[in-house]
Design a binder for this molecule. Structure first.
Ligand SMILES: CC(C)(COP(=O)(O)OP(=O)(O)OC[C@H]1O[C@@H](n2cnc3c(N)ncnc32)[C@H](O)[C@@H]1OP(=O)(O)O)[C@@H](O)C(=O)NCCC(=O)NCCS
Length: 154
């Protein structure tokens, strides 16, 4: 998938192993604490996630003029017994580089992930977000439902 804006070309695709050298981890740092991840650790986690196939997909958007990853998000599919052994998609870790916000890239990432969950037969796709991002996800077609609970272990 290609799109142009201000002479830049953006490519929407799945994460590739070489994306670590294209600023993928630095982008995630704009979302939360990432800690240090060595090339070996990255490769192991990448292979592990790849072994889940369509059940775990990480979407990235690459600015092809700079070869930088400027947006990302992930979705994993939870298999359930309810709803006739139905599946639920969980969207996580959506972030757009601060220099590329406001250009519909976040919306493209969320749409890529939600479309994937839908194509894989999920009956719904869900995510947690801050109050500040509620309007963004509404623009992506989501609606508020219930509340989020958390228990941290570290
Ligand atoms: C939230 C975030 C992903 C949005 O990405 P983005 O690429 O700037 O958003 P888009 O350009 O795709 O915006 C899509 C629409 O949502 C609107 N929108 C985006 N962020 C918004 C916000 N915080 N409040 C209200 N509306 C917002 C845009 O105006 C746009 O509206 P339009 O379609 O009518 O033009 C980005 O700001 C970001 O990475 N923030 C920091 C990390 C973060 O909070 N991630 C979310 C974790 S849940």
């Amino acid at each position: 998938m290609q799109s142009n804006k201000d002479e830049k070309t953006y490519r929407v695709r799945k994460l590739e192993i070489t994306d670590k050298n294209k600023g993928f981890m630095e982008l995630l740092q704009q979302l939360t604490v990432c800690g240090s991840v060595s090339d070996d650790e990255f490769q192991k986690r990448f292979e592990e996630l790849r072994s889940y196939g369509d059940d775990h997909v990480i979407c990235v958007i690459e600015d092809t003029s700079s070869s930088k990853i400027v947006a990302t998000g992930s979705v994993f599919l939870e298999k359930k017994f309810i709803r006739s052994c139905g599946k639920v998609g969980h969207i996580e870790d959506v972030v757009v580089d601060s220099s590329a916000r406001g250009m519909q890239l976040g919306k493209k990432v969320v749409s890529f992930l939600a479309d994937h969950a839908c194509l894989m037969g999920c009956y719904k796709v869900i995510l947690d977000c801050s109050v500040d991002n509620k309007a963004f996800y509404e623009k992506c077609g989501f609606k508020e439902k219930e509340i989020q609970m958390v228990k941290y272990f570290i």
